[in-house]
Write a protein that binds this ligand. Sequence first.
Ligand code: URA
Length: 236
Amino acid sequence: MRLDRYLSAQGCGSRSEVRDRIRAGEVLLDGKSCRDPAADMTGHTVTLRGQEVKDRGVFCLMMNKPDGVLTAARDERCPTVMDLLPEKLRRMKCMPVGRLDKDTTGLLLFTNDGQLAHRLIAPKRHVEKVYLARTGHTPTADEIAVFSSGVDLGDFVALPARLSAAGECAARIAVCEGKFHQVKRMMAAVGNEVIELKRIAFGPIALDESLAPGAFRFLDDGELAALREAAGRSEE
Ligand code: URA
């Protein structure tokens, strides 16, 4: 791989920025100065300003999304989840996996693997998402039954979902779809109301409750493997 492409893919700057840095002598290949942006770096150790640039390859991270932040690349008026990531990760094409509403908090995954993201949100994969909600009233047996047979939302009938009480005026909801306002619409359709919504799991990945709102961490190898399994990569 070309040196300039590698450095750019690792989030060290745009192609033209990294070319300037290479030409300025800031980059070493196996400890020796290399001023050629087109040099092949395959199999060599790359150092930028004294720091080794390791190949991160594909990565995935989880954020504890705070309230009031949009799941969007950018917005002129409102902060977005991308604003909460360091510049370096944004440059590495790290994108959210699906969306949470502005007022929904909790687990939001990001990855630089577009194919993995696509599979995780593809309706046919049925990857389960689990939410905790503060609700207008404690879910009733009738509401629970309607959820398990499929809530009719008018424009479509939701796939069977699991609703259970999680204390007074609180619910746990597990759905395999991710349509716009899905959980809020399902609760409204059975005569209940979502007052607060937090996602606590996405497939095999549970929200790391030690993350403060707005904080993120990389998934470890085991979590990444479990996510790939859930996305069905191993089937193909
Ligand atoms: N369902 C909703 O209604 N909102 C979300 O943010 C996620 C699921």
